[in-house]
Ligand binder design. Sequence first.
Ligand code: UDP
Ligand code: MG
Length: 323
Amino acid sequence: MSDQTRARPDLSVVIPVFNEEDNLQILYERLTSTLKDCGKTYEILFVEDGSTDASFDALKRLFEGDAAVRVIRFARNFGQQMAISAGFQHASGNAVVLLDADLQVAPEEIAKVVDKLREGYDIVYGVRTHRIDPLLRRVGSWCMSHLLYRITGIDVPDSATGFTALDRRFVESINLFNDKSKYLSGLFAWLSYGRYGEVPVAHAARRAGKSKYTLPQLIALGLNFICNFTMMPLRFAFYVGWVFALPSGAALLWLAATRLLGFEGADNDTWLIVLAIAFFAGVQLVSIGILGEYLGRVYREVREQPPFVVREVLDHEKSGAGD
Ligand code: UDP
Ligand code: MG
């Protein structure tokens, strides 16, 4: 989808947008003045992820007033991961910077990550020196970073950061992956294989609006990561199954033998049996659930449903709207 005839700017800034109407104008102003100060050629790609507020109208106004702005509008909300993926597919810059719309990280920090990228990294993370997020989020992120390390062997600092600079070739590699359920931070770490840089950036509270992530959405994101990158849960179910099946099988044999040989059997403690059944039923349900997760993913891939649907594209280099 990336346009071959388009002049390649130094920088593409990709911004996923979901219900950010109160942040867009100020974001645009600060971003534009920073980019102008940098003295680089640039494009700003907003991916409007099916907002229900006036975000698209605000973006349209920005587009009409600035040739450097493009807007990709989704048909509905497909989530931040897909919005970023669409932005990557449309980005034509030599470097791509990923920025959230809520001004939690200041656009003025862009020069830092881009300069660092020029040292030859695939990817440079803006690392939050002092993270402003609820405790549960921070604990969740910490767990994910550790899991990421265990799975990929890559120790990504504060992996959930939305502020990142990526080399064009690296973005092209990311574009080759078209999973329907994505966890881009995992993909970045896995693919960069440790060729990453870090730059400290300040982190503030959202300028306006609320975080778009609910706990179930964060859990879904975590599951995307685990299922996309590892068979660990399946193996876990397999081993746990054996750990319980072997001793209980042996106990059953022992019980049957004592009965057959006419020895005094073990006490028939009803509660013990009830608990044991409940426990094994639980283990089985967990295992079935794990299987279901993978099966559901296979089903989704087999159906060949597109990961996102673009409703319209506002692009100065194309006559009409549409992709
Ligand atoms: N976002 C999006 N689609 C979604 C959820 C979020 O495009 O379904 C955008 C959102 O507008 C913001 C960025 O992704 O620009 C990060 O979202 P948010 O600030 O809510 O996440 P948090 O900072 O809480 O991780
Ligand atoms: Mg945010």
